[in-house]
Design a protein around this ligand. Structure first.
Ligand SMILES: Nc1ncnc2c1ncn2[C@@H]1O[C@H](COP(=O)(O)OP(=O)(O)OP(=O)(O)O)[C@@H](O)[C@H]1O
Length: 571
């Protein structure tokens, strides 16, 4: 994150506006003082009233300007943090991104920053106005009567200490309320999601009892917040009353004695006490809200300090289809033990290989390494003869593409999702690609053709259809290494046929690694690599491995049986 210089001008503007906004309100007690000291003379009222009105108007204007400056500045700062955050997320190493987690990233750039906005818009500006008003009130009181002001400040200090403690209790209790509320939400969520099971097992009473218990817990938690909240309010009232008595008694005593205090001074002091203490109460409350906003800001900006991949990755991949070479590669997640061990293999440029193996054998992990979402913890991975550790990130995703089992689509049209494949491409390019993949008829048969919206994450389309869109997008990218994770479920026979013919076109002449979960995908490859427990245990063309008495032929038998069952279901 680029650190900016301290914004001296902004702070100066905000301070002046705060002092005018806060100080302007104090014109009222000063006007009252002047009128009382002139024995309620009407000519003084005529003189003072316009001044008081102007003062209040100026204070109002300053308050509006303060709000505007602060909110605009903070919103700009937040927008730039969001932008920088998104750029940072893109620049992070994929493994780091995965460590931070999708939800973590979303919350840092979403709700965490929203907490700052909410605080600034609701309490933040008032907090500043309150602080300024307190300062001005304290200075005027000091001018009128320093000893009384010191007494007032001493009582206020005691009040702040007590309020801060009470606030901590309130915050804890509110946390309990939030947890209790989320308990209710969990119960409601489970109840609605599992409504079928609830009916089937006739457990309505149990579920309702659990919900009632969760609701009761919420009420109890809310009741527990009441006493510290009311104690805080009562404390404020007691403090104000004590200060008022102090000012009235002390002021009267001093007025009659050592200090030259007029009746107007004493009355003005009584008002000023209120103008000093009320914002103090508000400020204490806003301070605790500020903690949440600050925590949100810290979490969001922490993201900007996450180290980026080394800047010495500057080598470009050679043009054309890319060969793949793994030399004694170990792959691991985080600090855990490697899940792929000493993997060595070679894939020629333009070759199509299938990765097969039982679940958990390491296929997806190898695919992640090929697409650089996971860096080897040992050994070397070379693409086109270049060690990926040195390959520049720029342009990498245009050369190496992955089509996952359930590809992500943006909530927009089919056309817009495919167009993402190549900047500058237009509808004609997309139609051409779809035509080449024999998918144009399918796309046009969708409710709004290419303009059909795919819904959030593409949920309006079936999984297989999402893969079709992703394949078209990939064909538009025209990568030199393609990693395909074959869809295992949710693909109807018609979509399956479209997928297979589109895949045949997309993979032609392109280095392709398919994670094959089914026989057809393995058979379509030039070569099959069999993984078991993160190790390469077989390597060869399908006919050879199928004929050998090894792990692949055993998998092949299982697949063949499944295939037969699919075609000839048990009656
Ligand atoms: N994100 C992850 N964090 C930690 N361990 C993981 C992660 N992903 C996979 N693993 C572990 O790595 C090992 C290999 O998993 P991988 O997903 O590569 O297997 P796979 O052969 O692709 O399985 P499947 O066919 O079920 O997708 C497994 O032990 C798995 O638990």
């Amino acid at each position: 994150m680029t650190r900016r210089a301290f914004p001296v001008r902004l702070v100066a503007v905000v301070t002046v506006l705060g002092l005018v906004a806060g100080g302007g309100r104090l014109i009222a007690p000063l006007a009252v003082r002047a009128v009382i000291d002139d024995d309620l003379d009407l000519s003084t009222v005529d003189r003072v009233l316009p001044l008081a009105v102007v003062g209040v108007l100026v204070a109002g204007l300053a308050s509006w300007a303060l709000h505007r400056v602060v909110v605009t500045t903070i919103e700009r700062a937040l927008a730039s943090v969001r932008r920088a955050g998104i750029e940072q997320v893109h620049a992070l190493a994929p493994a780091t991104r995965e460590d931070l987690g999708h939800a973590g990233l979303v919350s840092r750039l979403g709700p965490d920053l929203d907490a700052v906005t909410t605080f600034v818009a609701s309490g933040g500006v008032q907090l500043w106005g309150h602080l300024c008003q307190m300062v001005v009130a304290a200075v005027i009181m000091l001018v009128f009567c320093a000893p009384l002001t010191l007494g007032v400040v001493a009582i206020a200090a005691l009040m702040v200490v007590a309020l801060v403690r009470l606030q901590a209790v309130v915050a804890r209790r509110f946390d309990e309320v939030r947890r209790a509320f989320s308990g209710v939400a969990d119960e409601v969520g489970e109840m609605t999601a599992g409504i079928g099971l609830v009916h089937a097992t006739a457990s309505e009473d149990r579920v309702v009892a659990r919900l009632a218990a969760a609701s009761e817990a919420t009420h109890a938690a809310q009741r527990r917040t009441l006493w510290p909240m009311h104690a805080g309010m009562a404390l404020g009232e007691v403090a104000i009353s004590t200060m008022t008595v102090l000012v009235v008694v002390g002021g009267t005593w001093w007025a009659a004695g050592p200090l030259d205090l007029s009746t107007g001074d004493v009355v003005a002091l009584v008002f000023l006490v209120t103008f000093f203490v009320r914002p103090l109460q508000g400020a204490v409350q806003s301070f605790s809200e500020a903690q949440g906003a600050l925590a949100g800001w810290r979490r969001a900006t922490e993201l900007l300090d996450v180290p980026l991949p080394a800047a010495d990755r500057t080598v470009a991949l050679p043009d054309g289809p890319l060969s793949v070479r793994l030399e004694q590669v170990d792959l691991a997640y985080g600090d855990a033990a490697p899940v792929v061990h000493g993997l060595s293999l070679e894939i020629a440029a333009g070759e199509h290989v299938a990765l097969v193996g039982r679940t958990g054998s390491g296929k997806s992990t190898v695919a992640r390494a090929l697409t650089r979402q996971l860096d080897p913890v040992a050994g070397r991975l070379l693409l086109g003869g270049v060690d990926v550790a040195q390959v520049a990130p720029e342009g990498f995703t245009a050369r190496v593409c992955v089509v996952g089992q359930d590809p992500f689509l943006f909530d927009t049209t089919v056309l817009a999702n495919v167009l993402l494949g190549r900047p500058g491409a237009d509808e004609a390019d997309v139609r051409l690609v779809l035509e080449r993949l024999s998918l144009l008829d399918w796309a046009e048969s969708l409710p709004d053709g290419l303009q059909t919206r795919v819904g959030s994450r593409g949920e309006s389309l079936a999984v297989g259809e999402r893969q079709l869109v992703a394949l078209a997008r990939t064909a538009l990218v025209d990568p030199d290494l393609l990693v395909l994770d074959e869809a295992t479920s949710g693909v109807d026979p018609a979509t399956e046929a479209r997928l297979q013919s589109a895949l045949a076109v997309v993979t032609r002449g392109r280095t392709t690694v398919t994670i094959a979960h089914r026989l057809a995908a393995a058979r379509a490859a030039d070569r099959v690599l069999v993984l078991a427990d993160g190790r390469l245990v077989e390597d060869g063309p399908h006919p050879v491995l199928a004929a050998a008495d090894g792990p692949y032929s055993r998998l092949f038998t299982v697949w063949s049986d499944d295939h037969l069952l699919e075609r000839n279901p048990i009656p």
